[in-house]
Design a protein around this ligand. Structure first.
Ligand SMILES: [Zn+2]
Ligand SMILES: [Zn+2]
Length: 136
């Protein structure tokens, strides 16, 4: 499968027994439909995250292509720990694209800090990324 951002071939990683596609070039993560739910431990978390999705309005940039059907993806907002995160989602529900750190943001918000299992794994995989701050 090719990265929707840089078109490089992605590698398959296993995260908490879920196979995720990861682009080594840009650091993004593709989750097939249903995989985000698998990464959330409780029904409450799943409901909270899925209910936080809402359309992000008209595209201001060229749509990224779904790596499965190659159709242009739509922008959606999802609750993140530092405010809404703008994700790319396939309109045919093949899956969701997360830019670097967006998955951590969404999982941290969805788990209310109680479930750190997947977040710990992510930190092991990608490092403990802190929010980027503008340097003076
Ligand atoms: Zn990439
Ligand atoms: Zn698709």
């Amino acid at each position: 499968m090719k990265c929707p951002v840089c078109q490089d071939v992605m590698v398959v990683l296993e995260l908490a027994e879920v196979e995720i596609d990861h682009c080594l070039t840009c650091g993004g993560i593709w989750l097939d439909s249903g995989e985000l739910e698998l990464l959330l431990d409780s029904e409450t978390d799943r409901t909270a995250v899925l209910q936080s999705f809402r359309p992000a309005g008209p595209l201001t940039e060229k749509a990224r292509q779904c790596p499965i059907c190659l159709k242009g993806m739509e922008k959606v907002f999802c609750a993140g720990i530092r405010g809404p995160v703008r994700l790319d989602r396939c309109p045919a529900q093949h899956g969701i694209w997360f830019d670097p750190e967006e998955l951590q943001d969404v999982l941290a918000a969805g788990s209310a800090g109680l479930n750190s299992r997947v977040l710990d794994l992510l930190k092991d995989m990608f490092g403990n990324n802190q929010p980027k701050e503008e340097r003076p």
